[in-house]
Design a protein. Structure first.
Length: 259
């Protein structure tokens, strides 16, 4: 990855909008803005590595918070533009994500937890190399690392039978055993889970109001009487998109931390 040292956040935003010249719905604008800034800052850190764990975290965050994005065919170009604006390659990120998930999916949750706690000892590639990198003196932590950690646990065999809270607690404990700051990992994962739930609720509400608006218009076209409840649907759609704020300000995107 090659990013000029003189590039600013504003430069990254200009590059993004040049690559993605489409209107972004109000519900998704904050997610896009936060990822733009976060990726820009990470690209400037000398201790940061674009590895499999980062790829899993970034992909999970984008896919989770872009659910319901319309038009759907613009979702992947949006991801590509976000990555490219700070010098990342979206296809490479997707490939790294797929490789890491595939490496974990064939093993039990206990095996994966052991690999993570032992910083890759006994793990297959690319997991072994990624976890071994935490021992670097210039290792740079980001919340995407924590999300990637949780996501890999979720991919292991047997993880589907565990409660989400239990998996998050396991991620917290493993993060601490890896030398990460438990408070930081806990805060990042708790905020991530809370925001993801709020986003899902907002998308569901938007889908319901859009469906009501479609029904109202169909009845209007057929010359039937529109009820007061359905007549207010159009206003609800606008209010839902413009007033829903599902991503409270997160903690600083990244902070240096030794392994």
């Amino acid at each position: 990855m090659s990013v000029s040292a003189c590039l600013t956040v504003a430069d990254s935003k200009r590059a993004f909008h040049a690559a993605f010249p489409h209107v972004i719905g109000p519900l998704y604008r904050r997610m896009v803005d936060e990822l733009l800034v976060e990726l820009h800052l990470l690209s400037r850190q000398s201790g940061f590595r674009s590895d499999g764990l980062f790829a899993v975290g970034l992909t999970q965050v984008f896919d989770g918070f872009s659910k319901g994005y319309r038009p759907q065919e613009q979702s992947e170009p949006l991801f590509a533009a976000l990555c490219a604006s700070s010098g990342f390659d979206a296809q490479q990120i997707r490939a790294q994500h797929a490789a890491a998930v595939a490496a974990v999916g064939e093993h039990s949750l206990d095996e994966v937890k052991h690999w993570l706690a032992q910083r890759g000892n006994g793990a297959p590639e690319p997991i072994a190399g990624v976890l071994a990198g935490i021992d670097r003196s210039d290792f740079h932590y980001s919340r995407l690392f924590a999300v990637g950690l949780l996501s890999l646990l979720q991919q292991a065999r047997g993880a589907e039978s565990m409660e989400p809270q239990a998996l998050r607690e396991a991620a917290h404990e493993i993060g601490e055993s890896m030398g990460l700051m438990k408070e930081r990992v806990d805060k990042d994962l708790t905020l991530y889970a809370s925001n993801l739930q709020k986003m899902a609720q907002a998308v569901e509400l938007m889908e319901e109001t859009l469906a009501a608006e479609r029904r109202r218009r169909e009845r209007q076209a057929q010359g039937t009487k529109v009820t007061p409840a359905d007549n207010s649907a159009g206003e609800t759609v606008s209010k839902t998109e413009n007033e829903t704020n599902v991503m409270p300000e997160s903690s600083p995107p990244a902070s240096p931390q030794g392994g």
